[in-house]
Design a protein around this ligand. Structure first.
Ligand SMILES: Cc1cc2nc3c(=O)[nH]c(=O)nc-3n(C[C@H](O)[C@H](O)[C@H](O)COP(=O)(O)O)c2cc1C
Length: 395
């Protein structure tokens, strides 16, 4: 089974990402991973940290001569700010136990600070926030980059663009660009709507000036997936549920929709379901097509062969430069939350993280269906499946 785990604190020495279960023979360079890490660091409205850190993944294991080996792939991503935090984050006990600098005893609303302090019995919320921080998603993007590289070998691509930020909707173009990410990444807010782009940038500037923060929605599109990935047979094998859980686990994500999503509930059945017709040319869909793709490429937890279309909604960043009310935990007196350096919005970056999580879940489901220990074996199984689908078309 393909799985990954991450370790590391936001201001610790480094992040670690371990991906296990990837087949052998997938072409992979550290540059493939770094390119995705760089995309995660983009976006208008990010704080100073994104400028200090240009992330680099060091491949420690599982890759040799530019190809995966089938063994666990361990990656190390240094935190470049470590030298300034070494004393504060030192794993060793302090001599005579003097108080550490930069303690956080005024928990910030909207963060794991307070519940984490109570649950893990910590007096310093730094013990919680260092791991709850979205810096961890760097390690997810590294694992996702490998999954994406594997999927590319099977002609599957994952891209995203921003369709809403801070109260402004960005329109989808009539024809989506062939290379979605190249088009979206050309915009500082990763939108395909030029007019909305300048309005969004102005809205971010205004939010920054008033010490406020903004949320938004990314649309993730996964193309090239054949019919039949995922399963209807058990709740935990349904691909819609697995994608939703993976996307919902991204910090600050509060909603996930597939296809029409919540809008389905407002419409009549005839305005929701996708009618079917024969299309002998499309082998990946089993020789059929849908007249529309309101289901977002999933029915009964199984892919239909149409594009997977997912929308991921992020709340505004929790740390406000004009801080919200909280309490001082030592005295229980009213106080203002600490305003640790923070982004105004991170919706463009969230879209890249959502792509990584989607790539992981889709790669995992591919490997469940097609198996194999090497890319050649997986591809052979995959080609055999597509060939069996084509038999239905009488070819
Ligand atoms: C890419 C990204 C960057 C983020 N940057 C910040 C930030 O700079 N400051 C902040 O307070 N929260 C930031 N967040 C959100 C918090 O990590 C998140 O709201 C918090 O951990 C609480 O988790 P929850 O909102 O999922 O409940 C960011 C989230 C993402 C996805």
């Amino acid at each position: 089974m393909l799985r990954f785990t991450t370790a590391g604190e936001s201001h610790g020495q480094a992040l670690v990402s371990i991906l296990e279960g990837m087949v052998a023979g997938v072409p992979l360079l550290a540059a493939d991973i770094d390119a995705e890490l760089a995309r995660r660091q983009q976006g208008y409205g990010r704080g100073r940290r994104m400028k200090i850190e240009s992330d680099h993944a060091e491949l420690l294991s599982g890759v040799r001569g530019g190809q995966t080996l089938g063994s666990p792939i361990a990656m190390l991503i240094q935190n470049r700010d470590w030298k300034n935090w070494q004393e504060i984050m030192d794993p060793a006990p302090r001599e005579g136990d003097p108080e550490r600098k930069r303690q956080v005893t005024r928990p910030r609303p909207g963060h794991a600070d307070l519940s984490g302090m109570l649950k893990y019995d910590r007096d310093d919320a730094r013990d919680i926030l260092e791991r709850a921080s979205a810096r961890e998603t760097t390690a997810r993007v590294a694992a996702g980059a490998i999954c994406r590289r594997f999927l590319r070998e099977l002609d599957v691509t994952v891209g995203s663009h921003i369709i809403h930020l801070g109260g402004i909707d960005a329109k989808r173009p009539e024809r989506m660009p062939n290379d979605l990410n190249a088009a979206a990444d050309a915009s500082e807010v990763r939108t395909l709507d030029k007019k909305a782009e300048s309005e969004i940038i102005a809205r971010i500037d205004a939010a920054k000036a008033e010490g406020n923060t903004l949320g938004g929605i990314a649309e993730v599109i996964c193309s090239g997936v054949p019919v039949g990935i995922g399963s209807h047979v058990s709740w935990d094998r349904k691909l819609d549920g697995r994608l939703a859980a993976a996307l919902m686990s991204i910090p600050a994500v509060k909603g996930v929709e597939i296809g029409l999503g919540v809008e389905c509930a407002r419409r009549k059945g005839s305005e929701v379901h996708d009618e079917i017709e024969a299309d002998n040319n499309n082998l990946k869909t089993g020789g059929v097509r849908r007249r529309s793709n309101r289901a977002g490429g999933l029915e009964g937890g199984i892919t239909t062969g149409e594009q997977l279309v997912l929308r991921v909604a992020m709340k505004p960043i929790s740390t406000l430069m004009r801080p919200l009310a909280t309490i001082e935990m030592k005295t229980r007196e009213p106080a203002q939350a600490v305003a640790e350096r923070s982004d105004v919005t991170a919706v463009p970056a969230m879209g890249v993280i959502a792509e990584a999580m989607t790539a992981f879940i889709v790669a995992q489901a591919f490997l469940e269906k097609f198996g194999g220990d090497s890319l050649r074996e997986t591809r052979r199984n995959y080609d055999g499946y597509i060939a069996s689908l084509s038999e239905r078309t009488g070819r």
